[in-house]
Ligand binder design. Structure first.
Ligand code: TYD
Length: 209
């Protein structure tokens, strides 16, 4: 990404289903606004009318979807959101917090579905216009704890079961090991307030607030 003095930062929040990332993404936004910054939350897949249409297809399709079609649709939704929402906002000085981004595809379609992480990385690079998050929080919880937290009504991907979620979690752990400076591992089994405080300390320290 081209940096300029007025450009905002891009933060992403990741983890398996039920880890509490949406709540924490909202807390980050609250903190940024309190610090006097302009901040916007987006969610993936979705966040723009075209991306939301792709989300409906991805999460509620009745027909069986091929793994590669699923991966490409995730990345198509990301390309739309990046071009139309994230990049214009960041360039204008707004801090954008994304509830999931490119790492979700590496974890779910790579780890979960078993597609090549290397191939997905290249397609992600194309789909993100090479935008990389300044900071990523991986909120880690066990699959057992996730099961106690997840709502009863599950979408197509949430219905994949424990083995799938376990592989997704393992891939997230690898992403953290490969890029520990960017992908910060947070123990998501602490209280919501403790997770919030830990994340905020990292935001302040790493992004020099
Ligand atoms: P999410 O919006 O986090 O679910 P919820 O509406 O319950 O908060 O994500 C929807 C599902 O899509 C989730 O199971 C993870 C999955 N997903 C992928 O498989 N690959 C991706 O690239 C993304 C962004 C999401």
């Amino acid at each position: 990404m081209t940096e300029s003095i007025s450009s905002g930062k891009f933060i992403t929040v990741e983890g398996i289903d039920g880890c509490g990332k949406t709540t924490q993404a909202e807390f980050i936004i609250d903190g940024l606004v309190e610090a006097g910054l302009s901040a916007k939350i987006v969610r993936e897949p979705g966040g723009d009318p075209i991306s939301e249409s792709i989300r409906k297809l991805l999460l509620h399709a009745e027909e069986s979807m091929s793994d590669r079609a699923e991966a490409l649709l995730m990345i198509a939704s990301r390309a739309q959101l990046t071009d139309k929402v994230i990049l214009p906002q960041v360039i204008n000085g707004t801090w954008v917090v994304a509830d999931r981004y490119a790492d979700s595809t590496l974890a779910y379609q790579g780890g979960g579905r078993g597609l090549s992480v290397q191939s997905l990385d290249s397609i992600n690079e194309f789909g993100t216009y090479t935008l990389k998050p300044d900071l990523t929080f991986f909120i880690d919880i066990s699959v057992d704890v996730a099961n106690t937290r997840m709502r009863v009504e599950r979408d197509r991907i949430e219905k994949e079961g424990d083995g799938f979620q376990q592989r997704v979690r393992e891939q997230y752990l690898k992403l953290h090991e490969n890029e520990p400076e960017r992908v910060i591992l947070i123990n998501g089994e602490q209280s919501i307030e403790d997770v919030r405080a830990e994340i905020w300390n990292h935001v302040k320290e790493k992004l020099e607030l």
